[in-house]
Design a binder for this molecule. Structure first.
Ligand code: F6P
Length: 363
């Protein structure tokens, strides 16, 4: 009689469908009712057809598809107590007291607050006669488990987030393609890659494509970066290289906290080196397309573990997030990871790079 619902929230990432599939199938295998909540928290608030029972077949043929077939949305209503009351009632009416939230740190924090508020929401629903005393007793605990779906790999506590590997493949493919045309015309390309405040995608792509220069948020950019980049590109050209690749992470900034953009870098190269320099902003291409084998398998393992964690949860259990540690899918306390992730963001905003790198640890 344990109802479990899965939803995706925040920005999509490749592999989310594989995670949804694994959660649903493991739930059915263990004998509980599985539900999709479409359009993230908005669907939970709106209820009706947005919360739909899933069966074995409804998650067939989705493992290879990018994005999220159950949709994702940002939701203002869920930030208000009135919205959360509606959401709680929609879950109770279907007997759902287990949630798998697939998203970033903001979505996971939202789920944790909802869980903490659950009893008081039920009290209020009971008082106004929306639910019965029997329902309040039967569904008095909400269990949640988080899975981190994000191309940014910006979550502390896991080695990899779902989607990062696919995005990296997409970036590398694009840089390889750019390199061949850059070679023909002896051009310099400045590639802007995503990652929000995290340089993981940029630094990994730089290593894998032999880029000549890199800007990431975690590295304090030297005050004389203009001289340094020109020296490096000149040195590579003098050694016989016909092209240069510069990678700029979207969150890169200088020591004063001003963004370093592809345009800034191009201007320096144009003015000082007179190279034929071009910018390519990869944008949402990085978040699209089919998930890699790694992301499919990672998401399958994490999804199955999430359902198991929910089925084994007791009243005393703390909410967990499923993480990759070495090659193991493990359960780690959700709020510890969220707090560390937020501390990294704060350190970066205050430009305390060393703290941020330490806090980020292995992720
Ligand atoms: O968090 C994933 C991400 O793709 C970031 O890399 C990027 O900064 C952001 O989302 C873009 O968000 P949106 O799709 O809302 O423009």
């Amino acid at each position: 009689d344990k109802g479990l619902a899965v939803f995706t929230s925040g920005g999509d990432s490749q592999g989310m469908n594989a995670a949804v599939r694994a959660c649903v199938r493991m739930a059915i295998y263990l004998g509980c009712k599985a539900y999709f909540i479409r359009e993230g928290y908005q669907g939970m608030v709106d209820g009706g057809e947005y919360i739909q029972e899933a069966n074995w077949a409804s998650v067939s043929s989705i493992i290879h598809r990018g994005g999220t077939i159950i949709g994702s949305a940002r939701c203002k209503d869920f930030r208000e107590r009135a919205g959360r009351l509606k959401a709680a009632n929609n879950l109770i009416q279907r007997g759902i007291t287990n949630l798998v939230v697939i998203g970033g740190d903001g979505s996971l924090t939202g789920a944790n607050l909802f869980r903490q508020e659950w009893s008081s929401l039920l009290e209020e629903l009971l008082k106004d006669g929306t639910i019965t005393e029997e329902q309040r007793k039967k569904f008095d605990v909400l269990h949640i488990v988080g899975l981190v779906g994000s191309i940014d790999n910006d979550f502390c506590g896991t080695d990899m987030t779902i989607g990062t590997d696919s995005a990296l493949h997409r970036i590398i493919e694009a840089i390889d393609a750019i390199s061949s045309t850059a070679y023909s015309h002896q051009r310099t390309f400045i590639m802007e890659v995503m990652g929000r405040h995290c340089g993981y995608l940029a630094i990994s792509a730089a290593i894998a494509t032999e880029a000549d220069y890199l800007f990431i948020p975690e590295e304090p950019v030297p005050l004389n970066w203009q001289e340094l980049i020109c020296q490096k590109l000149t040195q590579e050209r003098s050694a016989g290289q016909r092209l240069n690749i510069v990678i700029v992470a979207e969150g890169a900034m200088d020591r004063e906290g001003n963004p370093i953009t592809a345009e800034h870098v191009k201007k320096v190269i144009d003015d000082r080196l007179k190279h034929d320099a071009r910018i390519t902003v990869l944008g949402h291409v990085q978040r699209g397309g089919n998930p890699s084998a790694f992301d499919r398998i990672l998401a399958c393992r994490m999804g199955a573990e999430a359902t198991l964690a929910l089925m084994e949860a007791t009243e005393e259990s703390v909410p967990v997030v499923i993480s990759l540690d070495g090659n193991q899918a493990v359960r780690v306390p959700l709020m510890e990871c969220v707090e560390r992730t937020q501390a990294v963001a704060k350190a970066m905003a205050e430009r305390r790079w060393a703290d941020a790198v330490k806090l980020r640890g292995r992720s």
